[in-house]
Ligand binder design. Sequence first.
Ligand SMILES: C[S@+](CC[C@H](N)C(=O)[O-])C[C@H]1O[C@@H](n2cnc3c(N)ncnc32)[C@H](O)[C@@H]1O
Length: 344
Amino acid sequence: MAVSGFEGFEKRLELHFSGDDPAIGKMGLRQLDYFSLEKVLHAVQCTVVSAVGNKYFDSYVLSESSLFVYPTKIIIKTCGTIQLLKSIRLLADHAIKMGLTLRGCRYTRGSFIFPDAQPYPHTSFKEEVLYFEKDLPKNLSYKKAGVMNSKSCHKWHVFTACDEGHMGVMEDMLVDDSYTVEICMTELDRVLAKKFFRRFNDGKTGDSAGLEMTEITGINDINRNALICDYAFDPCGYSMNGIDRNRYSTVHVTPEDGFSYASFECIGSIYDEREELAEVLKKVMKIFGPATMSVSTTCPSGHEVWRGLAKAIEPLGMRLRSCTTDEFPAAGSVVYQTFTTRRK
Ligand SMILES: C[S@+](CC[C@H](N)C(=O)[O-])C[C@H]1O[C@@H](n2cnc3c(N)ncnc32)[C@H](O)[C@@H]1O
């Protein structure tokens, strides 16, 4: 932890693979044994605290956020001072042994609360991009790095890369029509944040205390169909992964006053009812009562999953402050919206 506090803002990496064996679509990367996975996580200095899977994918709650393993896709999200980019080469090497080739990569993050505490290459976005240039396989030659600004000091950093076959939007994204929403919240309501602290000597395990937090905060109500894997840290902090068919959702909370932070992320389909995402966003906002919030949506170009979100949450006391749009190869449209409470 930084001397001043824990860095809640996550770094998120999504890697897409493909291979010739038709059976890859069923298991693929999920065949990676637990020992090898642990070695990758150990190299970036985090551990698995809880895991659950279904017929579509495996999900892991980590000591510093979450990991999702699909047959041809890996999503790894870490907070604190984890050197996430170190995992790329290791994961790509394991994939090669399984007959899979890295075809696309997407990296996103917000602005760190404690940027000076970050180790190389996370010392600046420029260093991160240089690291990608150096470390990514040469076939991923279509690249774009962009910083999306807001009216405040918060920025959204995006880097994508893909090979020729994946130009435009990643192949499997076109097939599954998915979008990703990443919500970052700071300055949480103090009373609500207190619910993510454990009582001294509560006699509970991380799992049982996590389950209790999931219920008393209403996190279990965000998606009633999701199978939830939750964990409460000691003395405070909370992480959960929800799995619902081929979709995941994930929540991470750093409740300490002065640097409080919570994140919510989920995937959905561009064909979902538009109100569904707005309802989720409203529930998330009520659970945390943040003073500032950013909502980043990534979806195939030409779709507008972000529309209507501002209208849905403004009656709850937040005001849209900025909205920035950009297009990225291998990702599609990224829309970055920032909100603050009206009193700010
Ligand atoms: C891992 S969790 C949630 C991560 C998420 N990205 C976030 O910051 O919202 C971080 C919270 O758990 C607390 N915590 C307690 N023990 C921890 C541990 N061993 N590793 C990581 N965080 C721990 C931190 O102080 C912080 O409040």
